[in-house]
Write a protein that binds this ligand. Structure first.
Ligand code: F6P
Length: 318
């Protein structure tokens, strides 16, 4: 099943799980709409041919949802009944931390084998350097910011560009560095608004006529992107300021080659772990090796922002 926010590469992961099952002669059932579909028994038999021509597609053919019913004991009891009826013996959940939390609780209650594949553009899961869809979302954000830069530079403007990432600053920091942003505001490093003003003043003094400030949606400055823009307008009237919120465009589109390959590797590993009798693990990537981590650790682990990249970003804004 795919669960939570969709991300590019989920289809490639579905394809990989289904084909690995076919390879090992295990029957495979797709569950529509995540835990919602599980509770309702909304299932479909999947064969190797069911997943033709989806490796390049964004979104998820199994659809996705954030289920409130599965958070209740009754909801999970219904889900277990449906799995028994269908003679399903193990679950592969492709999703983010909310989906994994559900999987852990379900495993504790029913001792049901589960393996998680991290699928979210936010990259906020411990136990993998990359979640599925993160690389694609970064490329989408960079492409969008490149376009905004054309207008920023033609009109000598300052743009505040908000990117997604929930409470994590991975998209903001990496897309910001990749797109050459003058300032990057992320939740993990609240440097204060004075620093931003100083940096913008310095940009002007050193001859920059346009600027891009990338703001993570979870930024902790206490002001949203529109309030930030207003704050700068009030304090630096020489700036002509605009705001652009990239929003859900970052979640759609064809997955990058990186996400397709990652999805293929993680899908195969998830099936092999289950066949090996393993459960409660999340598959992930570390130093380009496919590894597994306990799902509980993956949720609890927290996300660590790359200090070296922060330093590089600081130097680049000189
Ligand atoms: O987790 C993926 C994500 O796109 C976040 O970056 C964002 O905060 C959230 O989902 C948006 O959720 P929804 O699509 O439900 O509005």
């Amino acid at each position: 099943m795919t669960s939570g926010g969709d991300s590019p590469g989920m289809n490639a992961a579905i394809r990989s799980v289904v084909r690995a099952c076919a390879y090992y002669r295990v029957s495979c059932v797709g569950i529509y709409r995540g835990y919602e579909g599980l509770i309702e028994g909304d299932f479909i038999e999947l064969t190797a041919r069911s997943v033709n021509n989806i490796i390049n597609k964004g979104g998820t053919i199994l659809k996705s949802a954030r289920s409130t019913e599965f958070r209740t004991k009754e909801g999970r009891a219904k889900a277990f009944e449906k799995l028994k009826e269908e003679e399903i013996e193990a679950l592969v959940v492709i999703g983010g931390d909310g989906s994994f939390t559900g999987a852990v609780v379900f495993n504790q209650e029913y001792n049901f084998p589960v393996i998680g594949i991290p699928g979210t553009i936010d990259n906020d899961i411990f136990g993998t350097s990359h979640t599925l869809g993160y690389d694609t979302a970064l490329n989408t954000a960079v492409e969008a910011i490149d376009k905004i830069r054309d207008t920023a530079s033609s009109h000598n403007r300052l743009f505040f560009v908000e990117v997604m990432g929930r409470d994590a600053g991975f998209i903001a920091l990496n897309a910001g560095v990749g797109a050459g942003a003058e300032e990057i505001l992320i939740p993990e490093e609240d440097l204060g608004l004075d620093r931003m003003l100083e940096s913008l003043k310095k940009s002007r003094r050193t001859g920059k006529s346009s600027s891009i400030v990338v703001v993570a949606e979870g930024d902790k400055s206490g002001r949203n992107v529109y309030e930030l823009a207003q704050y700068v307008e009030e304090n630096l009237p020489e700036y002509d300021v605009r705001v652009s919120v990239l929003g859900h465009m970052q979640r759609g589109g064809a997955p990058s080659c990186f996400d397709r390959v990652l999805a293929s590797r993680l899908g195969v590993k998830s099936v092999e772990l289950l066949l090996d009798g393993k459960t409660n693990l999340m598959v992930g990537l570390k130093d380009n090796e496919v590894i597994s981590t306990s799902i509980a650790d993956a949720i609890k682990g927290g996300h660590v922002i790359d200090q070296e990249l922060l330093r590089v970003s600081d130097i680049m804004t000189t």
